[in-house]
Design a protein around this ligand. Structure first.
Ligand code: CTP
Ligand code: MG
Length: 181
């Protein structure tokens, strides 16, 4: 694959994993997943991980995957790149894995004494990749190995932190997020 093509494929296959975090910011609030419980004197996850935000994030990711399936052929031919449709298990792995990774990161943040909203460089930017890729590999193995080539994974690891920083600064400036990370 040419480098530009690799970047387009990497961005496309990761869209159902990218969008849930942002959708959670918009839909979040209400009852926290940990129900307010603490562990070792600190919240298990914190108020930043709510049931509503988690459900909103996953559902938005699944809906987006469905939408992308409708336009994959047209967008692909317009860009001159072959773009995949998302089998339901792949969409679940990407969207569910992204939310799960984000939740696990909050768990780690609380255990290491970081308050809600505290910055955790590296983890904030890649937590969802670390879980969504293995989960997708597990749930949709053939699809995963076809599209997530080593080159694509390498581009994802480089591209994701950049996209994460840019989208979060925008969300912060728009007043949607409390911190720019
Ligand atoms: N959010 C949510 N449920 C999730 C993930 C996010 O409700 N599973 C919402 C919360 O309102 C959260 C906001 O999205 O405050 C931003 O998400 P994030 O940066 O992940 O949470 P933080 O508030 O920074 O908390 P943490 O330190 O635990 O990451
Ligand atoms: Mg945060």
């Amino acid at each position: 694959m040419a480098i530009l093509e690799t970047i387009v494929v990497a961005f496309w296959v990761m869209l159902p994993a990218y969008v849930p975090n942002n959708a959670a910011v918009l839909t979040g609030g209400g009852r926290p997943i940990d129900g307010g419980r603490t562990w070792g004197g600190r919240r298990v996850l914190g108020d930043g991980k709510s049931w509503r935000g988690t459900a909103g994030g996953i559902l938005t990711g699944l809906a987006l995957a469905g939408l992308l399936n409708l336009v994959a052929v047209d967008v692909g031919s317009a860009l001159g790149v072959e773009l995949p449709e998302f089998p339901i298990l792949a969409a679940i792995g990407l969207a569910g894995g992204a939310m799960l990774g984000d939740i696990l990161a909050s768990f780690v943040k609380r255990r290491t004494g970081r308050e809600r909203g505290a910055m955790f460089p590296g983890v904030d930017q890649l937590d969802f990749v670390v879980v969504s890729l293995p989960l997708t590999a597990l749930l949709a193995t053939e699809w995963f190995t076809t599209w997530f080539t080593l080159e694509v994974i390498l581009v994802i690891v480089i591209l994701t932190p950049i996209l994460h920083v840019v989208t979060n600064v925008i969300a912060y400036k728009l007043g949607l997020k409390n911190e720019p990370w």
